[in-house]
Write a protein that binds this ligand. Structure first.
Ligand code: DGT
Ligand code: CA
Ligand code: CA
Ligand code: ZN
Length: 556
């Protein structure tokens, strides 16, 4: 309808109605049969007629006509940033443009600049936007998006009048990849906030600069949206823009069942129309009779039901982590010395850290031959004598060879405090082989943790062919912990498998696999993933105190 130039009022009415229908609990057909369609919020006579038509005939004539009149490429044109429905429909009418390729040609041939409200600059912008659209990588890894977002937040924090500065969208939920960066804030002067936003040095292009919303591109293809919203609605707005969409749909159903319609502005009593405003998200959830739901689990995976029953888990936090059980040093392929790694770990408030350098099978990673491992053990023993309140654990990341055997003899493994076993070769094995390979490593009484259990690298390498369910069952049986590798390009196990592990009673170890001191900071990403997997402190091996950990490892 927008592309056909229909009135904005009508478009908004359809959107509103669609939203209500989307979150209805009742069966639409039943509501229709009871003659109650117009009692649905936002559904008036005209739209009720369309719904009836659909239920009776299986189609809506107006819709089919609109689709018939609109070339399919035109919807795609809306994905070009900077192009709204008005411009797209003008391009269609005046130039006959109905696809991205046609637009690109028209812009190159300088036909676009002759149109009303257009010029050489808009033509150039359109071509750049098309280039970006072609290059658009599907999604941005969390580890790329979060540092960029934090830098931008840092700039915005200093802008006068800005308050309640918060990440929203999938980034706030800690998803392993995000489509864009969503930021919300309130401000005493929105215009100042937006002006400052588009001036941030990292900004390479301004897509939109409205009175309360700005959209920019950073780092070539990454879109960042800032919305300045009303203070009194901040709670509902942040809730809405945090998503996920699925969680929001469920929440609106809850609201409806309590006699409210929920929008990003307010909670409105159906019938009286009385509006309630919430400046805090917590108050909104609590008004709906629910516990506040941590953003990481807002995926409609049972969290709404749990929050209503007041049975949400108490999710693990970074401050619960007492140590790291998988880090490297310059004894193998790490960049920093054990002492430097220890200093950083102490700064993080840790009680322990396991130095897990590679085994010799990994020639490339400068793995430690037995002699060198023994030297390292002596070194660590001396080091421990010289530090207080912290224990360096002797560890190893032992290679699981293609046949499932470990890359050190038992005699060596038995002298390590912590043994992490990982697959680093023969990735192409078939599922049965790979699964058995990992399980046979777990059968070793010395293996404590399986490192990066599926081997995937986000956007780079698929997991190897492994039956994770069987691995987890074996982990439960052999009491082997599974790693959540916190490296932002790994996050392995991922959120869903971590949750499954927890259900099966498997412990998780949230490790960084740090190869340098700053690598230790990646713990943040691992904890986010763990939270998305519904993990609590008790599910996490390295949330144990040193004493409890040593007892658990039965090596104290
Ligand atoms: P992304 O950016 O693809 O990683 O995913 P999100 O979840 O950040 O999605 P985005 O940026 O399109 O929108 C941010 C939030 O706004 C989203 O999580 C929920 C809310 N939202 C956006 N569109 C809709 C919608 O059509 N229906 C509902 N219920 N919520 C929406
Ligand atoms: Ca987003
Ligand atoms: Ca967005
Ligand atoms: Zn490692």
């Amino acid at each position: 309808m927008e592309l056909r130039g229909e009135s904005g009022f009508k478009v908004v009415a359809y959107r509103r109605a669609a939203r209500s229908v989307e979150s209805m609990k009742e069966d639409l057909e039943e509501v229709y049969r009871n003659g109650k369609l117009e009692s649905i919020p936002g559904v008036g006579k005209a739209i009720a007629g369309k719904i009836s038509e659909f239920i009776e005939t299986g189609k809506i004539e107006t819709r089919d006509r609109l689709f018939g009149e609109t070339p399919p490429g035109m919807a795609e044109l809306l994905q070009i940033s900077g192009l709204g429905p008005k411009t797209v429909s003008m391009l269609h009418q005046k130039l006959g443009v109905s696809s991205v390729e046609e637009l690109e040609r028209a812009a190159r041939e300088h036909q676009v600049r002759r149109l009303p409200r257009m010029g050489p600059t808009s033509e150039k912008n359109i071509l750049r936007a098309i280039e970006r659209w072609k290059k658009r990588s599907d999604r941005i890894p969390l580890g790329v998006a979060l540092p960029i977002a934090e830098e931008i937040l840092g700039h915005l924090q200093k802008v006068e009048g800005i308050e309640n500065l918060t990440l929203a969208g999938s980034l706030r939920r800690g998803r392993e990849t995000v489509g864009d960066i969503d930021i919300l804030a309130t401000s005493t002067s929105p215009a100042v906030a937006i002006a400052a936003f588009v001036e941030i040095p990292a900004v390479e292009e301004v897509l939109m600069k409205g009175p309360t919303k700005g959209s920019v591109i950073v780092d070539e293809t990454i879109q960042v949206d800032l919305r300045i919203v009303d203070h009194r609605s901040f709670g509902t707005v942040i809730q809405y823009f945090t998503g996920s969409k699925e969680h929001n749909v469920k929440l609106r159903q809850v609201a409806l069942s309590k006699g409210y319609s929920l929008s990003e502005y307010s909670l409105t009593r159906v019938g009286s129309g009385e509006e309630l405003f919430f400046d805090r998200e917590e108050d909104l959830y609590s008004h709906l009779g629910m516990e506040w739901v941590p953003p990481e689990i807002r995926e409609d995976q049972g969290e709404v039901e749990a929050a209503l029953a007041r049975k949400l888990p108490r999710l693990i936090e970074v401050s619960d982590i007492k140590g790291d059980l998988h880090v490297h040093s310059d004894w193998s392929d790490g960049r920093h010395s054990i002492e430097d790694m220890v200093k950083t770990a102490q700064d993080l408030g840790y009680e322990y850290m396991a130095m897990c350098d590679h085994s010799p099978g990994l020639g490339i990673a400068n793995g430690l031959a037995e002699e060198r491992l023994k030297k390292k053990m002596e070194f660590i023993e001396k080091l421990n004598d010289s530090i207080d309140g912290f224990r360096v654990l002797v560890g190893t990341e032992v290679d699981i060879r293609a046949d499932g055997k470990l890359d050190y003899p038992d005699k060596i493994l038995s002298q390590c405090d912590v043994v992490v076993a990982s697959v680093h070769s023969a990735y192409n094995q078939r599922e049965r082989e790979m699964t058995n390979r990992i399980i046979s490593a777990m059968e070793s009484e010395y293996v404590d943790v399986i490192g990066h259990p599926t081997g995937r690298k986000i956007g780079e390498r698929e997991p190897y062919d492994v039956d994770v369910e069987r691995v987890l069952e074996a982990a439960a049986r052999t009491e082997t912990a599974m790693e959540i590798n916190s490296h932002p390009s790994r996050l392995d196990l991922n959120d869903l498998w971590s949750r499954r592990a927890r259900e099966l009673g498997v412990k998780l170890a949230i490790n960084t696999d740090a190869h340098s001191t700053c690598g230790l900071l990646a713990i943040e990403y691992g904890v986010k993933t763990a939270r998305r997997g519904w993990l609590e402190k008790k599910d996490v091996l390295n949330a144990l105190s040193l004493e409890d950990l040593m007892r658990h490892l039965q090596k104290s």
